[in-house]
Design a protein around this ligand. Structure first.
Ligand code: ACM
Length: 694
């Protein structure tokens, strides 16, 4: 969706559906929670939060609940600066006497020790001026309710408080995931753990770990140690570390679903075991990005011997009943070139490569079934002969869900949730597994389990990954949690600003990584003022979208440092979005002098910033040479925009061929360079077009 049609989307329920309690309080209360709860009823007053806060537990009580509560209280302390009461053992004081407690938690039962698909995750939260009561059937709902409470906590001149309201909340879809590729660029334990904390905040409940790829085999195998020893450069999770991750996730009621991508995307398998490849080898770990030919040999008994041993081992390591086998982008090159494999297709009447792929999948399905696991795979596994009970993970297009469910397969949506591709949040947000007006039958809709954001790791390191994950993933989390009719884009963006800061408080680094990264780019000679200008400049840029970055950096490999200008830019520039909204407002009333002045002043400021960077830091810093054409482009665009506003304000007629000259200058200025682009260009173009109207 384009940025201009974005503005047209804004429709109903500006400040969510907060039903006013009386006709008098017709002003809706802005709730800053994301995902938006199922129902919110605002009430009068506020519950003060002070150092005297006390918590009482009623009903079920266990270690996971207490640990979750302690994490929540600590985050509340860090936000507010308050210190809550502690026991001599330094634990928070939790009592059983609920009459005077600030927060009462009433929990019905334990949640599944290892979380499972379809658990009751609901909770209610009733906040009055005297007490907050959080009720949930299980600990799972309690943890969600605590996240909501933390997001509601706010402060003003009167101190810290929770606004009075009543919330009833439950998820729309049971499978709300994030796929993390830890292969292309290794993502160590600390990234996985903080990502789990961010997921818990956003009420996501599935961490899908993409553990094997052409570029790395990232899990220890005790039965076939050549897999990780030769396929990983030593960068892999030991089984002990993986158990730690699974336990950390379970503490937060998050499932861990592993993916071992086969038969394609499998170069790293073949480095240590070339005998199961479809071509003779030898194989080395792939360092570049793309789709590669190496593929397991589905006709070789040894392939299944290794798969059986390895998957049986992994089935024991990962407690979740679902196991993802990838299955994507097998280009068929090595299968087509291998006479033995071609003969096998004929001998087994498999018809074609897809038939052979399905034959392979069904043999893997049998191994998994023997281990009590359900097979999950990307779109390409879909085939009429695919073993029933498999789950199809849709990524290739908008029709995947319909195609899979038409054949009776359960499905998860990721098409439209590719956060690695740097799309604006709104594109993901309005992408619904079952959109309003969906043509899916009721039976098909029941097969839609939910969706997953996908974080592929060609262009991210532990330093930058959070800036691609957050806060946009929180908007996808809302799509999967909140009601189908929650689609107000302006309100989503309003709440996203809050949740972004809450995520940072919970340990994400999408905001904080940027200043050190810019200091490194600027070099030792940069002044404080240089750094302020540079920050303002990169906040106006975005990484190029979709798969364009590979075209800008065709020689990049796994070893290329990701510390350039593009790595300091972030998707969905807030500055650009604000500017576009102002332009939209202005063009609806070009005679409005205040908006014209604001816009013109903004463009003047950016122009001055571009000039100072161009004459200063950009000349001095070797790392910033690539910014030179971009600062020039910004200056040119700002000039065109200011001219347009001048013409519109005075109602003058632009000179002959003015429009063409400006548009062609903007065309040049708007060309992506060094893998970044200016999202303000469409708004400036709109100003020029408006000024050129007779
Ligand atoms: C994929 O993006 N190849 C699943």
């Amino acid at each position: 969706m384009s940025r201009s049609s974005l503005l047209a989307v804004t429709t109903t329920a500006l400040f969510l559906s907060v039903a006013p309690r009386s006709a008098v309080s017709a002003v809706p209360t802005p709730v800053s929670v994301m995902p938006l709860p199922h129902s919110v009823v605002a009430a009068e007053g506020r519950l003060p939060i002070t150092a005297k806060l006390t918590v009482a537990l009623r009903g079920h009580d266990d270690a996971r609940l207490r640990a979750g509560l302690a994490r929540a209280l600590r985050r509340a302390e860090e936000r507010t600066g308050l210190t809550f009461a502690r026991t001599p053992q330094a634990a928070y004081v939790i009592s059983g006497d609920s009459s005077a407690a600030t927060l009462v938690i009433e929990c019905g039962a334990a949640a599944a020790a290892v979380p499972v698909l379809g658990e009751d995750e609901s909770y209610t939260l009733a906040i009055t001026p005297s007490q907050a009561v959080l009720r949930a059937p299980t600990v799972h709902g309690v943890l969600h309710g605590l996240e909501t409470t933390l997001q509601l906590l706010q402060g003003d001149a009167g101190g810290w408080f929770l606004p009075a309201m009543r919330i009833e909340d439950r998820p729309r879809f049971p499978w709300r995931g994030l796929m993390l590729d830890v292969c292309r660029h290794w993502q160590p334990m600390e990234v996985v753990k903080r990502t789990l904390d961010g997921m818990a905040l956003a009420k996501l409940n599935v961490l899908h770990l993409h553990l094997t790829e052409d570029q790395g085999f990232r899990i220890e195998s005790k039965s076939f140690p050549r897999l990780h020893e030769m396929g990983s450069d030593g960068l892999y999770f030991t089984q002990e570390q993986m158990r730690e991750i699974i336990a950390y996730a379970a503490e937060r009621c998050i499932r861990v679903v592993p993916e071992f991508d086969i038969p394609g995307h499998a170069t790293s398998w073949l480095v240590g075991h070339p005998e199961i490849g479809s071509a003779p080898g030898p194989y080395v770990i792939e360092r570049k990005w793309g789709i590669f030919d190496p593929v397991l040999d589905p006709t070789n008994p040894r392939t299944y011997e290794i798969l059986d041993g390895f998957l049986t081992e992994m089935a024991a390591l990962f407690p979740d009943p679902y196991l993802h086998i990838g299955g994507d982008e097998n280009n068929g090159v090595h299968w087509s070139a291998n006479a033995k494999i071609q003969q096998y297709i004929r001998d087994h009447d498999l018809k074609d490569l897809h038939g052979l792929h399905t034959h392979f999948n069904n043999r893997v399905h049998a191994i998994l079934a023997r281990n009590g696991k359900r097979l999950v795979g990307w779109d390409e596994i879909l085939h009429p002969d695919l073993a029933s009970g498999s789950v199809v993970h849709s990524w290739r297009g908008p029709d995947g869900i319909a195609a899979a469910t038409a054949l009776g397969f359960a499905t998860i949506l990721s098409n439209g949730y590719y956060i690695d591709l740097s799309h604006p949040t709104v594109d993901h947000y309005l992408n619904d597994p079952i959109p309003p007006g969906s043509k899916l039958t009721e039976a098909q809709q029941k097969l839609v389990l939910g969706g997953e954001a996908t974080m592929w790791a060609e262009w991210v390191t532990p330093e930058t990954i959070d800036s691609r994950l957050w806060p946009r993933t929180a908007a996808i989390a809302e799509r999967l949690w909140s009601r189908q009719d929650v689609r107000d884009v302006d309100d989503m963006y309003r709440r996203l600003g809050y949740v972004s800061r809450r995520l940072e408080e919970a340990g994400m680094r999408h905001l904080s990584y940027i200043d050190p990264a810019l200091r490194r780019l600027a070099g030792d000679g940069a002044s404080a003022e240089d750094l302020v200008l540079l920050r303002e400049f990169v906040d106006l840029l975005e990484p190029v979208k979709v798969y364009q970055r590979g075209r800008h950096q065709p020689d990049a490999t796994q070893h290329t440092p990701l510390t350039g200008l593009v790595d300091c830019t972030r998707p969905d520039s807030r500055a650009a979005r604000g500017f576009a909204a102002q332009v939209d407002l202005y063009l609806r009333n070009p005679k409005a002098p205040a908006v014209a002045e604001t816009l013109s002043a903004q463009l003047k400021q950016w122009d001055a910033m571009a000039r100072r960077l161009s004459d200063g830091l950009v000349k001095r810093s070797p790392r910033l040479r690539e910014a030179e054409p971009l600062v020039q482009a910004l200056g040119a665009a700002c000039g065109a925009g200011r001219d347009a506003i001048e013409i519109l304000t005075h109602g003058t007629k632009p000179p002959a061929r003015w429009r063409e000259a400006q548009l062609s200058a903007l065309e040049r200025a708007g060309k992506p360079f060094a893998a970044v682009e200016f999202p303000i260009m469409p708004a400036i173009r709109a100003l020029v077009e408006a000024a050129a109207q007779p």
